[in-house]
Design a protein around this ligand. Structure first.
Ligand SMILES: Nc1ncnc(NCCc2cnc(NC(=O)Nc3cccc(C(F)(F)F)c3)s2)c1Br
Length: 275
């Protein structure tokens, strides 16, 4: 029988290739494991920066959560290791890079392409929610594209096990936050995986329109999200508009469930037979 894969990894095992991108907390490189030739992406995180950002425990949680996930539309985290100054994430390499770059270049996606992506996202989120994991940071910047055009949710740095009632200060864009995470005030910040349904609605809108539905100044964005104030441009088909409206519902319990997203007329209309 095959010897079990080595659990201990170290930097010397990898040949480092070209930089693939840089995030707020470090760079990602193409890498190849020397003995097997296995190609992967290596994300380098500097412990000092993580400590400054007070996010070390989030990275530990990401590693713990993502190491147990295996789905074609979720980027694999194969393992991790560290040296004195850095933590290394051994990630699946996505051959067609970052989805947001494709979106910016094409401005917006044709409806057949957007529907295909939303169907894949719904499948990935069903898998995650069955494991009571909510991603909480669904946006084009956290989606990668595989060699065959399939999309992969990545960067589980903000994912948690649902339900979650700790206050979380989110950094980065507000555009994708659902009302229940925006609403401050005394009541406990209780929310569950239905936050990902709201973000799926924002994502669908941005794929079809080329900008987020509540995009505005930070203050106005929060207000428009809290009130669900957005308009869908006329060029968007009525079926797509219907799905967006059923996802961008203020009451989390009234958002269309993922099973029904996959059966929605707009999705069915564009899915290639037999997929
Ligand atoms: N073509 C490609 N093929 C594969 N990967 C690529 N890029 C890396 C995508 C990532 C996947 N997972 C990630 N995870 C984190 O960054 N985690 C992280 C890091 C610091 C702080 C935190 C937090 F804790 F603060 F949230 C969380 S980045 C590319 Br481009």
């Amino acid at each position: 029988t095959q010897p079990a894969a080595p659990k201990q990894f170290h930097l010397g095992m990898f040949e480092i290739g070209k930089p693939l991108g840089k995030g707020k907390f470090g760079r990602v490189y193409l890498a190849r494991e020397r003995t097997t030739g296995f190609v992967c992406a290596l994300k380098v995180l500097h412990k000092s920066e993580l400590q400054q950002g007070k996010v070390e425990k989030q990275v530990r949680r990401e590693i713990e959560i993502q190491s147990n996930l295996a789905h074609p539309n979720i980027l694999r985290l194969f393992g991790h290791f560290h040296d004195t100054a850095r933590i290394f994430l051994i990630l699946e390499f996505a051959g067609n890079g970052e989805l947001y770059k494709h979106l910016r270049r094409e401005q917006r996606f044709p409806e057949w392409k957007a529907a295909g992506y939303i169907a894949q996202m719904a499948a990935a989120l069903r898998y995650l929610h069955k494991k009571h994991v909510m991603h909480r940071d669904i946006k084009p910047e956290n989606i990668l594209v595989g060699l065959h055009g399939e999309i992969k949710i990545s960067d589980f740095g903000w994912s948690v096990h649902a339900p979650n009632n700790r206050r979380n200060t989110m950094c980065g864009t507000l555009d994708y936050l659902p009302p229940e995470m925006i609403r401050s005030g005394r009541e406990e910040n209780w929310y569950n995986e239905k936050v990902d349904l709201w973000s799926l609605g924002v994502l669908c809108y941005e794929f079809l329109v080329g900008e987020a539905p509540f995009e505005d100044t930070p203050v106005m964005t929060q207000r428009r999200i809290a009130r669900g104030e957005m308009t869908v441009p006329g060029f968007v088909s009525s079926e797509a508009r219907d799905l967006i409206k059923r996802l961008l519902v203020l009451d989390p319990e009234k958002r269309i469930p993922l099973e029904e997203v996959q059966q929605h007329p707009w999705i069915i209309k564009h899915c290639v037979k037999g997929e």
